[in-house]
Design a protein around this ligand. Structure first.
Ligand code: GAL
Length: 681
């Protein structure tokens, strides 16, 4: 066993590893950054010094400020008051704390929306949003864009060459669309650009159905709730493009004045699917997301997958722009994370490729909507219990920074993620229990436990570097993606398609071939019928015996070299004895289709089989299940982050002695209590 592990390590070390690039760094700091969301505009300036001293003592390296401060920056139209912000940046600088400036466009001031009511969004029910909360603006409105570009430009003129400003966050957590007539006209115009003629659009959406046929572009509605699948999909694509141009407007305003050293991002929200994140992320310098647990405790696998999703937006390291100091205020039960869990969570972030972790928020405003949210200082301005744990994280980031500098996550396994497929399934789940993200995470969990790192990328991403590519529920397959996948297999890659894959084309129309549509010929097999299940169906074969719940697809094959891997047992008659998973070798590569939903045991066996087929060895396969291992490498370094998520202490025996980065010294085994973390190299 030891020998096998050692060989795997050697193999890993020889691989090319992409290094962290294009992320902001502070003038003072280590390469791992600890941050806090600070709102100086909510406090008298006389308090700032005390706050910043406490931050410096907690090893906080940067603050993100300003993202909701528009009414303090421009109290009246054209009347800019940026001096206070400058003083805040200078005060932070005196404490060796760098600054990320948020553009304040998620919270327009009252004068703005009163004077230009067209800048307020119209909600799906037709009512206008109003002042008093946030994100009430209309993202497609030209006047709002003009005003947003103006304030962004003003900020960049003032701070674009400020040595203590390391980056920019555009707006905050994009999400709310508008359903007004002007947006509808833009959507119609956008459709015209895409489909050219109404004849074409009508044909591709099959609008003869229910007499939906359009005779004038102006007749095309914004879908609310249900609608023609073609219309639903194109609305989402329009929403995504409109977020991109909304963001681009501010990026251009900033870039006109800012030093390229300052990097631009926005804070995304994990699996949130209101827009295609690959579309929006392409104009950013780096990706970031807001990592909250809400009710319950950290699920290192699902959260790990969310990190990997975010890392996949630009296929490089990212930031956790917000995370909870133990507790939030918006969940059904806002329980506190356990002592030690906040630290474990921060290292989970880093293990998956984050280079910064920022706590939201430093201190709660005395009034305002989020009084109960987790903080590092209480209303009295002194540290709450979790402050010390965060301080420990900051000290550890400084210690481990040099070891992790220039490293990233190197994966030979990729899982494909596709917004269009998720939308298409969620609009017509057919079985409400079929959740496309759950389907993805079920494959991710088993593969990551073996490979220790998995990339999650778009179906059009370059795939050449991967030995194994798994596409869970890739329901909507565009011709471009189909070409990418076919080329991957033909050049020796191992592709696994799963349930509901390749049913639809780029218009969300059914393919006129059976699944997997344009890949059916390559597979030499097809889906005869799908079944939403009301009771479990037994499955048996190469991956052992198990139970298939929720969904089953009956396969058949025509190519003589296509092999059956799993079969259904006795169930509804239709499925009895039929192929449930098939595979076909194509040159050095292979294509596999899994029509069954795998349970815990068969999923694990399938993951092992996939790794083997792809010529991949599991890494440290004898680690206890409670132990998570993340590996970062690059710049000639390989760093192992072990975390114990079980309740009992666990001892890990290392394949060879390693340096303990946090405590110094060489170790050949480590014992970790619950939430214990070891960083070894
Ligand atoms: C985020 C938001 C922050 C704050 C936080 C509370 O979604 O960006 O401004 O509201 O949630 O958890």
């Amino acid at each position: 066993m030891l020998k096998k592990v050692a060989i795997c390590f050697a193999l890993l070390i020889s691989l090319f590893v992409p290094v962290a690039a294009q992320l902001p760094s502070t003038p003072y700091s280590p390469s791992l950054l600890l941050g806090a969301a600070w709102y100086p505009e909510q406090w008298p300036e006389s308090r700032w010094e005390a706050d910043l001293s406490l931050m410096e003592a907690a090893h906080i390296h940067f603050v993100r400020i300003n993202e909701f401060a528009w009414s303090s920056l421009e109290p009246r139209e054209g009347d800019y008051e940026l001096d206070w912000l400058d003083r805040a940046v200078r005060a932070a600088e005196r404490h060796h704390i760098a600054v990320v400036i948020g553009t304040p466009t998620a919270a327009p001031p009252a004068w703005l929306t009163s004077k230009y009511p067209e800048t307020l969004r119209t909600m799906a029910d037709g009512r206008k949003d109003g002042h008093g909360n946030r994100a009430q603006f209309n993202w497609s409105n030209p006047k709002y864009r003009e005003l947003a570009a103006k304030i962004a430009a003003r900020l960049a003129e003032r701070f674009g060459n400020d040595a203590n400003v390391i980056g920019w966050q555009i707006d905050n957590e994009y999400g709310n669309e508008s359903y007004d007539a002007q947006t509808q006209a833009q959507f119609q115009q956008w459709l015209r650009g895409k489909y050219k003629t109404l004849e074409n659009l009508n044909a591709r959406w099959t609008t003869a159905y229910w007499s939906e046929t359009y005779q004038d572009w102006a007749q095309i509605p914004i879908p609310v709730g249900s609608g023609n699948p073609g219309l639903l999909l194109q609305w989402k694509e329009f929403v995504s493009d409109t977020w991109r141009s909304y963001q681009r407007n501010q990026i251009d305003a900033i870039r006109a004045h800012a030093d390229p050293r300052q990097k631009i991002t926005t804070n995304m929200m994990g699996w949130f699917d209101a827009f295609d994140h690959y579309t929006v992320a392409q104009d950013l310098d780096f990706a970031s997301w807001d990592n909250y647990v809400g009710t319950g405790h950290l699920d290192p696998v699902r959260t790990g997958a969310t990190h990997d999703l975010t890392r996949g937006f630009l296929r490089r390291n990212f930031w956790v722009m917000e995370t909870q100091p133990g507790v939030v205020n918006w969940s059904p039960n806002n329980n506190m994370l356990d002592k030690g869990e906040v630290r474990a969570m921060a290292w989970n972030d880093i293990g998956h490729g984050a280079d910064a972790v920022e706590f939201w928020q430093w201190r709660s405003a005395l009034n305002g909507q989020e009084q109960y949210h987790g903080v590092l200082l209480g209303a009295d301005g002194t540290p709450v219990p979790v402050y010390d744990e965060v301080k420990q994280i900051g000290a550890e980031f400084e210690k481990a920074g040099p070891a992790l500098d220039g490293t990233s996550v190197d994966s030979q396994v990729a899982i494909l993620q596709d917004y269009e497929s998720r939308w298409a399934i969620n609009w017509q789940r057919h079985n409400s229990a079929f959740d496309p993200v759950d389907a993805l995470v079920s494959y991710y969990a088993s593969l990551r436990a073996l490979a220790r790192s998995v990339d999650i990328v778009a179906d059009t991403a370059p795939l050449g570097r991967y030995k194994l590519v798994v596409a869970p529920a890739l329901n909507l397959l565009t011709p471009e993606a189909a070409k990418n996948l076919e080329a991957y297999v033909r050049s020796g890659g191992h592709l696994v398609l799963t349930q509901r894959s390749a049913l639809k084309d780029e218009d969300n129309s059914l393919y006129p071939q059976r699944q997997p549509g344009p890949l059916a010929e390559l597979l030499g097999a097809r889906v005869e019928q799908w079944y939403s299940l009301d009771k479990p169906v037994p499955i048996d074969g190469e991956w052992g015996a198990g139970e298939n719940r929720i969904w089953a697809e009956q396969l058949s094959f025509s190519a003589p070299e296509t092999r059956t891997l799993m079969r259904y047992g006795k169930s509804n008659g239709w499925l009895d004895g039929q192929p449930a998973a098939v595979t076909r070798s194509v040159g050095q590569g292979s294509i596999t289709y899994i029509g069954a939903g795998l349970d815990g045991k068969t999923m694990k066996a399938a993951a092992k089989w996939m790794m083997r087929e792809a010529g991949l060895n599991p890494i440290m396969s004898d680690l206890p299940d409670d132990i998570d291992l993340a590996i970062r490498s690059g710049n000639g370094k390989r760093v192992f982050i072990f975390t114990n998520y079980g309740v009992s202490p666990r001892t890990i025996t290392l394949p060879s002695p390693m340096e303990d980065v946090l405590t110094g010294g060489t170790v050949s085994s480590v014992t970790l209590p619950q939430y214990g973390v070891a960083i070894l190299r």
